[in-house]
Design a protein around this ligand. Structure first.
Ligand code: AMP
Length: 280
Protein backbone atom coordinates (compact mmCIF):
# COMPACT_ATOMS: atom_id res chain seq x y z
CA UNK A 1 0.00 0.00 0.00
CA UNK A 2 1.24 3.45 -0.92
CA UNK A 3 0.64 6.23 1.60
CA UNK A 4 0.62 9.67 -0.02
CA UNK A 5 0.02 13.00 1.72
CA UNK A 6 1.18 15.45 -0.93
CA UNK A 7 -1.65 16.53 -3.26
CA UNK A 8 0.33 16.84 -6.50
CA UNK A 9 2.09 13.54 -5.83
CA UNK A 10 -1.29 11.81 -5.40
CA UNK A 11 -2.73 13.54 -8.46
CA UNK A 12 0.27 12.64 -10.67
CA UNK A 13 0.30 9.04 -9.50
CA UNK A 14 -3.41 8.68 -10.22
CA UNK A 15 -3.13 10.33 -13.65
CA UNK A 16 -0.49 7.72 -14.55
CA UNK A 17 -2.59 4.85 -13.24
CA UNK A 18 -5.63 6.11 -15.13
CA UNK A 19 -3.61 6.49 -18.34
CA UNK A 20 -2.52 2.88 -18.01
CA UNK A 21 -6.21 1.91 -18.10
CA UNK A 22 -6.82 1.18 -14.43
CA UNK A 23 -10.37 1.54 -13.10
CA UNK A 24 -10.16 3.54 -9.87
CA UNK A 25 -12.51 3.33 -6.90
CA UNK A 26 -12.46 5.90 -4.13
CA UNK A 27 -13.62 5.79 -0.50
CA UNK A 28 -13.44 9.20 1.18
CA UNK A 29 -13.38 9.10 5.00
CA UNK A 30 -12.47 11.10 8.08
CA UNK A 31 -10.57 8.14 9.52
CA UNK A 32 -10.91 6.33 12.85
CA UNK A 33 -11.86 3.50 10.56
CA UNK A 34 -14.31 0.76 11.51
CA UNK A 35 -16.07 -2.11 9.78
CA UNK A 36 -18.59 0.32 8.24
CA UNK A 37 -15.82 2.09 6.34
CA UNK A 38 -14.23 -1.22 5.42
CA UNK A 39 -17.52 -2.49 3.97
CA UNK A 40 -17.18 0.34 1.44
CA UNK A 41 -13.65 -0.83 0.66
CA UNK A 42 -14.90 -4.40 0.10
CA UNK A 43 -17.51 -3.13 -2.36
CA UNK A 44 -14.98 -0.85 -4.04
CA UNK A 45 -12.54 -3.71 -4.57
CA UNK A 46 -15.14 -5.68 -6.52
CA UNK A 47 -15.77 -2.75 -8.83
CA UNK A 48 -12.28 -1.72 -9.87
CA UNK A 49 -8.56 -2.39 -10.33
CA UNK A 50 -7.49 -0.29 -7.41
CA UNK A 51 -8.93 1.33 -4.32
CA UNK A 52 -7.95 4.74 -3.00
CA UNK A 53 -9.07 5.60 0.53
CA UNK A 54 -8.64 9.12 1.88
CA UNK A 55 -8.46 10.17 5.50
CA UNK A 56 -9.06 13.85 6.10
CA UNK A 57 -10.91 15.39 9.01
CA UNK A 58 -12.31 18.25 6.98
CA UNK A 59 -12.48 21.46 9.04
CA UNK A 60 -14.95 23.18 6.68
CA UNK A 61 -17.75 20.74 7.48
CA UNK A 62 -17.63 21.32 11.24
CA UNK A 63 -19.57 24.16 12.85
CA UNK A 64 -17.83 26.45 15.39
CA UNK A 65 -19.34 24.55 18.33
CA UNK A 66 -18.83 21.09 16.89
CA UNK A 67 -16.25 18.42 17.57
CA UNK A 68 -13.49 19.14 15.01
CA UNK A 69 -10.75 19.27 17.65
CA UNK A 70 -11.93 16.25 19.59
CA UNK A 71 -12.91 14.15 16.54
CA UNK A 72 -11.30 10.72 17.14
CA UNK A 73 -8.08 10.05 15.25
CA UNK A 74 -5.87 6.94 15.11
CA UNK A 75 -3.78 6.90 11.96
CA UNK A 76 -1.66 3.95 13.05
CA UNK A 77 -4.67 1.70 13.40
CA UNK A 78 -6.24 3.09 10.21
CA UNK A 79 -3.09 2.19 8.25
CA UNK A 80 -3.23 -1.38 9.60
CA UNK A 81 -6.89 -1.76 8.62
CA UNK A 82 -6.28 -0.36 5.13
CA UNK A 83 -3.39 -2.80 4.63
CA UNK A 84 -5.48 -5.68 5.92
CA UNK A 85 -8.37 -4.86 3.57
CA UNK A 86 -6.21 -4.35 0.50
CA UNK A 87 -6.46 -0.59 -0.01
CA UNK A 88 -3.92 0.30 -2.73
CA UNK A 89 -3.42 4.00 -2.05
CA UNK A 90 -4.05 5.71 1.28
CA UNK A 91 -4.32 9.46 0.75
CA UNK A 92 -3.85 11.57 3.88
CA UNK A 93 -3.67 15.19 2.73
CA UNK A 94 -2.41 17.99 4.98
CA UNK A 95 -4.87 20.64 6.08
CA UNK A 96 -2.54 23.49 4.96
CA UNK A 97 -2.34 22.01 1.48
CA UNK A 98 -6.08 21.38 1.19
CA UNK A 99 -6.94 24.86 2.47
CA UNK A 100 -3.99 27.21 2.02
CA UNK A 101 -4.28 30.68 3.51
CA UNK A 102 -5.67 32.19 0.30
CA UNK A 103 -8.33 29.50 -0.29
CA UNK A 104 -11.57 31.14 -1.51
CA UNK A 105 -13.88 28.76 -3.38
CA UNK A 106 -17.17 27.50 -1.95
CA UNK A 107 -19.54 24.84 -3.24
CA UNK A 108 -23.13 25.68 -2.29
CA UNK A 109 -26.24 23.64 -2.98
CA UNK A 110 -29.73 25.10 -2.84
CA UNK A 111 -32.34 22.67 -1.56
CA UNK A 112 -31.02 19.34 -0.32
CA UNK A 113 -28.93 20.83 2.51
CA UNK A 114 -31.94 22.75 3.90
CA UNK A 115 -33.58 19.77 5.60
CA UNK A 116 -32.76 17.04 8.18
CA UNK A 117 -29.15 17.35 9.43
CA UNK A 118 -28.62 20.53 7.43
CA UNK A 119 -30.99 22.41 9.74
CA UNK A 120 -29.05 21.68 12.90
CA UNK A 121 -25.67 21.80 11.16
CA UNK A 122 -25.74 24.98 9.03
CA UNK A 123 -23.00 24.98 6.39
CA UNK A 124 -22.08 21.35 7.07
CA UNK A 125 -23.08 20.01 3.66
CA UNK A 126 -21.47 22.92 1.83
CA UNK A 127 -18.23 21.90 3.52
CA UNK A 128 -18.83 18.28 2.56
CA UNK A 129 -19.52 19.16 -1.09
CA UNK A 130 -16.44 21.40 -1.16
CA UNK A 131 -14.05 18.76 0.15
CA UNK A 132 -15.55 15.92 -1.90
CA UNK A 133 -15.24 17.96 -5.10
CA UNK A 134 -11.60 18.70 -4.26
CA UNK A 135 -10.93 15.04 -3.50
CA UNK A 136 -12.61 13.93 -6.74
CA UNK A 137 -10.39 16.31 -8.69
CA UNK A 138 -7.30 14.93 -7.01
CA UNK A 139 -8.17 11.23 -7.16
CA UNK A 140 -9.98 11.24 -10.55
CA UNK A 141 -11.85 8.10 -9.63
CA UNK A 142 -14.30 6.21 -11.82
CA UNK A 143 -16.42 5.17 -8.82
CA UNK A 144 -16.85 6.72 -5.39
CA UNK A 145 -18.42 4.89 -2.46
CA UNK A 146 -20.50 6.50 0.28
CA UNK A 147 -22.42 4.93 3.16
CA UNK A 148 -26.19 5.32 3.27
CA UNK A 149 -25.80 5.90 7.02
CA UNK A 150 -25.20 9.48 5.87
CA UNK A 151 -28.19 9.33 3.53
CA UNK A 152 -28.53 13.09 3.03
CA UNK A 153 -24.82 13.33 2.23
CA UNK A 154 -25.18 10.72 -0.54
CA UNK A 155 -28.11 12.59 -2.09
CA UNK A 156 -26.15 15.85 -2.01
CA UNK A 157 -23.07 14.30 -3.61
CA UNK A 158 -25.20 12.65 -6.30
CA UNK A 159 -26.82 16.02 -7.04
CA UNK A 160 -23.45 17.78 -7.21
CA UNK A 161 -22.17 15.13 -9.63
CA UNK A 162 -25.19 15.69 -11.90
CA UNK A 163 -25.11 19.49 -11.65
CA UNK A 164 -21.38 19.81 -12.29
CA UNK A 165 -21.10 16.96 -14.85
CA UNK A 166 -18.47 15.18 -12.80
CA UNK A 167 -17.16 12.02 -14.51
CA UNK A 168 -17.66 9.77 -11.48
CA UNK A 169 -20.33 7.24 -10.57
CA UNK A 170 -21.58 7.42 -6.98
CA UNK A 171 -22.37 4.14 -5.29
CA UNK A 172 -24.14 4.06 -1.94
CA UNK A 173 -23.57 1.18 0.43
CA UNK A 174 -25.86 -0.27 3.11
CA UNK A 175 -25.48 0.71 6.77
CA UNK A 176 -23.17 -1.59 8.66
CA UNK A 177 -24.38 -2.25 12.21
CA UNK A 178 -22.97 -3.71 15.41
CA UNK A 179 -24.49 -7.07 16.35
CA UNK A 180 -26.95 -5.34 18.68
CA UNK A 181 -28.17 -3.00 15.93
CA UNK A 182 -26.27 0.24 16.62
CA UNK A 183 -25.11 1.76 13.32
CA UNK A 184 -21.31 1.86 13.30
CA UNK A 185 -19.85 5.33 13.59
CA UNK A 186 -16.53 6.85 14.61
CA UNK A 187 -18.54 9.00 17.04
CA UNK A 188 -19.79 5.90 18.92
CA UNK A 189 -16.43 6.04 20.68
CA UNK A 190 -17.68 9.13 22.56
CA UNK A 191 -20.47 7.15 24.26
CA UNK A 192 -20.15 6.01 27.86
CA UNK A 193 -21.57 2.57 28.61
CA UNK A 194 -24.94 3.94 29.77
CA UNK A 195 -25.41 6.05 26.63
CA UNK A 196 -24.13 3.20 24.47
CA UNK A 197 -26.99 1.06 25.80
CA UNK A 198 -29.52 3.87 25.44
CA UNK A 199 -28.42 4.47 21.84
CA UNK A 200 -29.90 1.10 20.90
CA UNK A 201 -33.22 2.94 20.89
CA UNK A 202 -32.31 4.30 17.45
CA UNK A 203 -32.36 1.01 15.56
CA UNK A 204 -35.18 -0.14 17.83
CA UNK A 205 -37.24 2.86 16.69
CA UNK A 206 -36.51 2.19 13.02
CA UNK A 207 -37.77 -1.37 13.52
CA UNK A 208 -40.81 -0.11 15.37
CA UNK A 209 -41.69 2.11 12.39
CA UNK A 210 -41.42 -0.89 10.08
CA UNK A 211 -43.82 -2.79 12.32
CA UNK A 212 -46.31 0.09 12.39
CA UNK A 213 -46.24 0.25 8.61
CA UNK A 214 -46.71 -3.50 8.36
CA UNK A 215 -49.74 -3.15 10.61
CA UNK A 216 -51.21 -0.66 8.15
CA UNK A 217 -50.27 2.69 9.68
CA UNK A 218 -49.30 4.96 6.77
CA UNK A 219 -50.20 8.44 8.06
CA UNK A 220 -46.95 10.17 8.98
CA UNK A 221 -48.68 12.40 11.55
CA UNK A 222 -49.78 9.27 13.39
CA UNK A 223 -46.49 7.40 13.09
CA UNK A 224 -44.10 10.12 14.29
CA UNK A 225 -45.57 10.58 17.81
CA UNK A 226 -45.30 6.83 18.45
CA UNK A 227 -41.63 6.94 17.43
CA UNK A 228 -41.00 10.04 19.55
CA UNK A 229 -42.55 8.37 22.57
CA UNK A 230 -40.36 5.34 22.03
CA UNK A 231 -37.16 7.42 21.96
CA UNK A 232 -38.23 9.44 24.99
CA UNK A 233 -38.21 6.23 27.05
CA UNK A 234 -34.47 6.99 27.16
CA UNK A 235 -32.62 10.20 28.03
CA UNK A 236 -32.00 10.80 24.32
CA UNK A 237 -32.75 14.34 23.16
CA UNK A 238 -34.47 14.28 19.79
CA UNK A 239 -33.02 16.58 17.15
CA UNK A 240 -35.39 15.30 14.48
CA UNK A 241 -37.46 12.29 13.43
CA UNK A 242 -38.62 12.69 9.85
CA UNK A 243 -40.34 10.65 7.21
CA UNK A 244 -39.40 12.11 3.85
CA UNK A 245 -39.25 11.45 0.12
CA UNK A 246 -36.29 9.18 -0.66
CA UNK A 247 -34.84 11.55 -3.28
CA UNK A 248 -36.01 15.10 -2.59
CA UNK A 249 -35.90 14.59 1.22
CA UNK A 250 -39.05 16.71 1.49
CA UNK A 251 -41.61 15.88 4.22
CA UNK A 252 -44.26 13.31 3.36
CA UNK A 253 -47.74 13.24 4.85
CA UNK A 254 -48.42 9.72 3.82
CA UNK A 255 -46.29 6.67 2.96
CA UNK A 256 -47.45 5.52 -0.45
CA UNK A 257 -44.79 3.32 -1.86
CA UNK A 258 -41.59 3.97 0.06
CA UNK A 259 -40.13 6.68 2.26
CA UNK A 260 -36.97 7.51 4.17
CA UNK A 261 -37.23 7.49 7.94
CA UNK A 262 -34.29 9.50 9.29
CA UNK A 263 -33.51 10.47 12.84
CA UNK A 264 -30.93 12.34 14.86
CA UNK A 265 -30.78 12.03 18.63
CA UNK A 266 -28.31 13.33 21.19
CA UNK A 267 -27.08 11.13 24.02
CA UNK A 268 -25.16 13.39 26.37
CA UNK A 269 -23.04 15.49 24.02
CA UNK A 270 -22.99 12.85 21.29
CA UNK A 271 -25.33 13.35 18.37
CA UNK A 272 -26.07 10.13 16.51
CA UNK A 273 -27.95 9.62 13.25
CA UNK A 274 -29.63 6.60 11.73
CA UNK A 275 -32.12 5.88 8.98
CA UNK A 276 -33.97 3.23 7.08
CA UNK A 277 -36.16 2.95 4.01
CA UNK A 278 -39.78 2.18 4.85
CA UNK A 279 -41.39 0.16 2.09
CA UNK A 280 -44.99 -0.91 1.82
P1 AMP B 1 -16.87 9.29 7.90
O1 AMP B 1 -15.47 8.87 8.18
O2 AMP B 1 -17.77 9.21 9.09
O3 AMP B 1 -16.93 10.61 7.17
O4 AMP B 1 -17.46 8.22 6.90
C1 AMP B 1 -16.82 7.95 5.68
C2 AMP B 1 -17.76 7.13 4.83
O5 AMP B 1 -18.07 5.91 5.50
C3 AMP B 1 -19.09 7.85 4.56
O6 AMP B 1 -19.48 7.60 3.23
C4 AMP B 1 -20.01 7.19 5.55
O7 AMP B 1 -21.36 7.22 5.16
C5 AMP B 1 -19.48 5.77 5.56
N1 AMP B 1 -19.90 5.09 6.77
C6 AMP B 1 -19.75 5.52 8.04
N2 AMP B 1 -20.34 4.67 8.90
C7 AMP B 1 -20.88 3.69 8.15
C8 AMP B 1 -21.64 2.53 8.44
N3 AMP B 1 -21.97 2.19 9.69
N4 AMP B 1 -22.04 1.74 7.41
C9 AMP B 1 -21.72 2.07 6.14
N5 AMP B 1 -21.02 3.16 5.79
C10 AMP B 1 -20.60 3.96 6.78
Amino acid sequence: MQIISNISEAQNELIQLKKSGKIISFVPTMGYLHAGHMSLVELAKKQSDLVVLSIFVNPTQFGPNEDFDSYPRNLENDIKLCQEYGVNILFTPYRQEMYPVNFQTKVLLNNLPNVLCGLSRPGHFDGVAQVVLKLFNIVQCDFAFFGSKDYQQVQIIKQMVIDLNLPVKIISAPIKRENDGLAMSSRNSYLNSHDRTEALILSNTLNLAKKLLKNGLTNVLEIIPVLEKNILKTNGQIDYIKIVHTETLQDLKHINDKALLALAVKFGKTRLIDNTILER
